[in-house]
Design a protein. Sequence first.
Length: 124
Amino acid sequence: MSRNAQTALGIGLAIVLLGAIGLLAHAVMTGNSAAGLMGSGRLVTVQASGLSFEMWYTHDTATIKAASHKIVVAPDYLEVDGRRIGVIDPKITEIEVRAFTHSITFLGDGQRVGRWALARRITH
């Protein structure tokens, strides 16, 4: 193969690789979102970072796998990775979950009802 053909091939592969990296970065930065109605009529909306995102319902409970965490929105409580984070007033009609790798915020009818944050170690 000639030197010009090798150079052109190398440049072409570099462009394809940079394009793939750009698409991956875009997917990670923009994240995912979904919404669904629970059995009680409560609306659950989710905004999450990362590439992987799942959300499913069992009667009146929403289970979300996002930002490397398992999040549960039950009829009367919120849970992250098996730990109770907050209590939900039965009068709340909408729960919004904002899930990022280091923090998860829960809003009930626009007001914060729970928050989880990854503890960070600070060393000097």
